[in-house]
Design a protein around this ligand. Structure first.
Ligand code: PSU
Ligand code: MN
Length: 300
């Protein structure tokens, strides 16, 4: 594992740090919006007085603190693996380059000692989990590693209610930012209630530190609804998901290619609004995440 000089310095000097996953860059957004957004997100974090630590795999090296060139490489290369935590060792010994998922990013961030992680969407529990057992490895990692994940929801076509049930079962605290329902990625409201409505970054930071004292190392999830101006009406999100899923069934698409297929179908169905929403939400999460990292630093 290689920690960039800038991230090492921030760790030594006690400058707030924010970890960023790279699957959204390599596989979550089309070019060139992916790299433009990744660089803009890093800039937002800096402008809030924190240091970004983008995480990924470069030719077998696990890197914490990707340079702009390395991010650009991951955004444009065609053979970038989507690395979950379990894939890291195997990808590393075979010299592969990879984008890290939320789960893999949290593992690396926590090794480095970073306590805030910003992403767009997390994996979730799939609507057909009863047959497929498709429950994202992200969820266990979010609970397990001592880092707060800032997200705007699960991938929109996951079962939000089942995902929150699962997080409850495994003991992961879940808050919604200024709302009493969990966000729905492209839309502000999934309709699923949460018990913890967070009213300030200071409240979340204090709760996180108290939880470390009480239970030992553990993570937390903060759902932040995307800004009103970029949000899709709930009915439009519902329709886009339904139509995209029908197309996937009609074309017999399942397994790994399903997510990219659905994302591009949703893009087309919403006339590009889904991508604008995705860009807006990750930028907004970067703002909240950087403020949260600053708050954590002021408390410790
Ligand atoms: N949601 C999106 N775009 C993404 C992801 C989620 O809207 O790119 C990525 C995240 O990196 C997340 C991963 O960790 O997908 C989850 O993959 P899976 O469902 O296979 O666990
Ligand atoms: Mn999955």
């Amino acid at each position: 594992m290689r920690v960039s000089a800038e991230v090492q310095r921030a760790l030594q000097d006690g400058t707030p740090l924010v970890a960023l996953e790279s699957t959204i860059v390599a596989h979550g957004m089309p070019r060139p919006t992916n790299i433009e957004t990744a660089l803009a997100v890093e800039e937002i974090i800096r402008s809030e007085g924190a240091i970004p630590a983008s995480i990924g795999l470069i030719r077998g090296d696990i890197v914490c603190g990707l340079s702009p060139d390395e991010l650009t490489f991951l955004a444009n290369a065609d053979d970038v693996v989507k690395a979950q935590e379990r894939d890291l060792a195997c990808a590393s010994i075979s010299g592969r380059s990879g984008a890290t998922t939320v789960g893999a990013t949290l593992f690396i961030a926590s090794l480095a000692g970073i306590r805030v992680h910003v992403t767009g969407g997390i994996g979730g529990v799939a609507p057909d989990f009863g047959e497929t057992l498709d429950i994202s490895a992200d969820l266990l990692a979010i609970q397990k590693y001592p880092c707060i994940t800032v997200t705007s929801g699960t991938k929109a076509f996951m079962d939000v209610r089942a995902t929150l049930e699962y997080l409850e079962t495994i003991g992961c605290p879940v808050a919604s930012w200024m709302e009493s329902t969990f966000p729905w990625f492209y839309s502000r409201n999934s309709g699923v209630k949460v018990e913890w409505k967070a009213e300030s970054v200071n409240e979340v930071a204090r709760a996180f530190l108290a939880d470390q004292d009480l239970r030992g190392a553990a993570g937390m999830l903060l759902g932040v609804p995307l800004p009103e101006a970029d949000a899709l009406p709930e009915a439009e999100t519902r329709r886009a998901i339904d139509v995209a899923l029908q197309r996937a069934t009609a074309e017999g698409i399942s397994g790994k290619p399903l997510t990219p297929f659905l994302l591009s179908a949703i893009f087309e169905i919403t006339g590009g609004a889904s991508l604008d929403a995705n860009v807006a939400l990750i930028k907004n999460n970067a703002l909240v995440g950087a403020r949260l990292a600053r708050s954590l630093h002021s408390l410790t």
